[in-house]
Design a protein around this ligand. Structure first.
Ligand SMILES: Cc1cc2nc3c(=O)[nH]c(=O)nc-3n(C[C@H](O)[C@H](O)[C@H](O)COP(=O)(O)OP(=O)(O)OC[C@H]3O[C@@H](n4cnc5c(N)ncnc54)[C@H](O)[C@@H]3O)c2cc1C
Length: 166
């Protein structure tokens, strides 16, 4: 994910494999012409992804990789080459930690994300969910918006059960 200002026209590296990393690199290419894609091991890019990377000027490089942080740059060593970046993006996938919700019977997507309605209610009365654990855009602003909706819904639902009065 990226909010733009720290990558626009900067040197950007992406570390990861497969479609995840490829899609992240292509996304970041819309912010800067200098995008390099590193695999921790051998790249597993499909031929059409390799062709698209070349077309977009996204250099891709196999690992093993070593990393070093300097005052003004992040260094990636791949073989004998040293690459310097302003930003380095891990695109290594993520684990959805929805086990607790699943334990109480919340319905999940195939990826393990919690299903919610338009007001962040799960299928379990009294259980609400917001953020990356819910299906949808994984960004801070989205998580915060969902959290606001969830908080308001919780209050409304509680008031319906028993009016909250001061
Ligand atoms: C490399 C990277 C770059 C990103 N860049 C951006 C960006 O530039 N802009 C942007 O908007 N978004 C960005 N994102 C996405 C953003 O970080 C997430 O959308 C946001 O953090 C989601 O917030 P959240 O509270 O849902 O989840 P999280 O921030 O992941 O918080 C969940 C918390 O719950 C804890 N937890 C998990 N399971 C349990 C458990 N069983 N018990 C107790 N605690 C538990 C975790 O340790 C974690 O602290 C980026 C994400 C990554 C990985």
């Amino acid at each position: 994910m990226c909010d733009g200002f720290e990558v626009t026209d900067k040197r950007v590296g992406v570390v990861g494999r497969g479609a995840n990393a490829f899609n992240e690199a292509v996304f970041l290419r819309s912010y800067t012409p200098e995008v390099k894609l590193f695999s921790p091991g051998e790249h597993d890019l499909e031929p059409h992804q390799q062709a698209r990377s070349r077309e977009l000027g996204i250099h891709f490089q196999n690992g093993p990789l070593e990393f070093e942080v300097e005052q003004e740059a992040i260094l990636v060593r791949a073989g004998t080459a040293v690459h310097r970046f302003d930003s380095l993006y891990p695109a290594l996938g993520s684990d959805v930690r929805s086990e607790l919700a699943s334990c109480v019977g919340a319905t999940l997507s195939d990826e393990g994300c919690i299903h919610v309605d338009d007001h962040q209610r799960t299928n379990i009365p009294g259980l609400y969910a917001a953020g990356d654990v819910v299906i949808g855009l994984d960004q801070i602003s989205h998580a915060m918006g969902q959290a606001g909706i969830a908080a308001t819904t919780i209050r409304i639902d509680l008031c319906e059960r028993s009016p909250l009065v001061r």
